[in-house]
Write a protein of this length. Structure first.
Length: 398
């Protein structure tokens, strides 16, 4: 098959949806298909593609806007339209309903080929944060729902995200196709070596102090202020820890100010964005707990990455990403309250046997490889393409 994966974000812009598009493209290509990533990027993105040897990536320009940086306005140039127009796609997959999703939609309609669209993000929150108007956000969401209604299949990465899509107004069938991670399972010796490297990078000495970890964008929509407020509760109670934030984002300055104002500077580290996957592995290996209280995320690849290292995650109840999590079995679930969240952290770390059991539970139930995903995606694509060809044949015979 000739496959097109369309999205605004793509490495080096490191977010979860960009990673999904990257793995779909690379893994399907490795399976013998001709897969293209039709994506956006800033002025430096083409140099990145060249440095890592991207061969089937077609870039158009995205101009960042302050309110949603690093995202922004996408301009699909005539050159890009011409280049994409030469590719004989059998199927196209939109990973957002915005600029690139609309582009994929037009190609599918013009060529009469299947369109798949995945609902990855709770974009109502993004729109509301950008325009500061609930009314405008609701109107925008109603408009964007038209994109999903035009797709031949609509996917979501979790049951929770499928539920949110229906709350947005989508009435059709939603297929759940879960995401995965590229972190391999390691034996205890390999993990210990990586953990020592991580502790050294963090500056945590011999590792006697629990390491709490967060990996992702630093934006308030991800409920990071709950983490910071919980850390203050921990500090005020005399609990010793070291919190490490990996990532960058628009609200980093606000978080820095909170840490400084509340005397948390000696127990909180902001290490910035890490693009070296080997270095990132060492941080996971060194962690005692992963803190992920987001209501914004619909899946959270980082929870699968943490599971690869048997690191339990502390979620909040009612979030999409806590779907399938049993408290004390394959993760920890707390109420969306600093006292409750801090209490869950303390109780989890106080019982080493339970911590190990829950870490193994996460590894056994949450870990999933991109190879597994690619096999499922390939089967779904093939079924849609065959159905489309059969329909065209019936129309011709008719």
């Amino acid at each position: 098959m000739v496959i097109g994966e369309f999205n605004e974000s793509y490495p080096p812009l490191m977010d979860g949806v960009g990673q999904v598009v990257e793995h779909y493209t690379h893994d399907l290509d490795a399976m013998g298909h001709e897969a293209y990533a039709v994506v956006a990027g800033d002025a430096d993105a083409p140099r990145y593609d060249e440095s890592v040897g991207e061969k089937n990536t077609i870039r158009t320009r995205m101009y960042a806007l302050p309110v949603v940086k690093p995202y922004g306005i996408v301009h699909v140039s005539r050159k890009v339209r011409k280049e994409v127009g030469k590719i004989p796609f059998d199927i196209v997959h939109a990973h957002s309903p915005f600029y690139m999703g609309s582009f994929a939609e037009k190609i599918a309609r013009k060529r009469n080929i299947p369109l798949v669209s995945t609902f990855h993000s709770q974009f109502k929150d993004d729109i509301r944060g950008a325009v500061h108007s609930r009314l405008i956000a609701n109107i925008a969401v109603k408009f964007l729902m038209r994109h999903y209604r035009k797709a031949d299949e609509v996917w979501a990465p979790s049951l929770g995200s499928a539920r949110v899509l229906r709350e947005y107004g989508y009435k059709g069938e939603v297929f759940v196709v879960e995401n995965a991670c590229d972190m391999p399972l390691l034996d205890e010796k390999e993990k210990r070596m990586l953990a020592d490297e991580g502790l050294s990078l963090i500056g945590a000495g011999d590792g006697n102090i629990p390491i709490l970890l967060y990996v992702g964008q630093l934006k308030v929509e991800k409920n990071i202020m709950l983490i910071l407020k919980s850390l203050k509760v921990l500090r005020d109670s005399g609990f010793h820890f070291l919190m490490v934030f990996v990532g960058s984002g628009p609200d980093r300055g606000h978080m820095d100010s909170y840490v400084e104002r509340h005397g948390l500077s000696d127990c909180v580290r902001f290490v910035g964005k890490i693009t070296d996957r080997e270095v990132l592995k060492s941080y996971y290996a060194a962690a005692s707990l992963f803190l992920f209280p987001s209501f914004y995320d619909t899946f959270g690849i980082v929870k699968v990455e943490a599971a690869a290292f048997s690191v339990p995650v502390v979620f909040v109840s009612g979030s999409c990403i806590s779907e399938g999590i049993a408290d004390g079995v394959n993760g920890f679930v707390a109420e969306n309250d600093p006292e409750a969240y801090a209490g869950k952290i303390i109780s989890a770390l106080a019982d080493e046997e339970l911590l190990e059991k829950v870490g193994l539970g996460a590894r056994n139930t949450l870990y999933r490889t991109w190879d597994m995903v690619a096999t499922e995606v390939e089967a779904r694509y093939k079924a849609l393409v065959e159905k489309s060809k059969l329909k065209k044949g019936e129309l011709c015979n008719g």
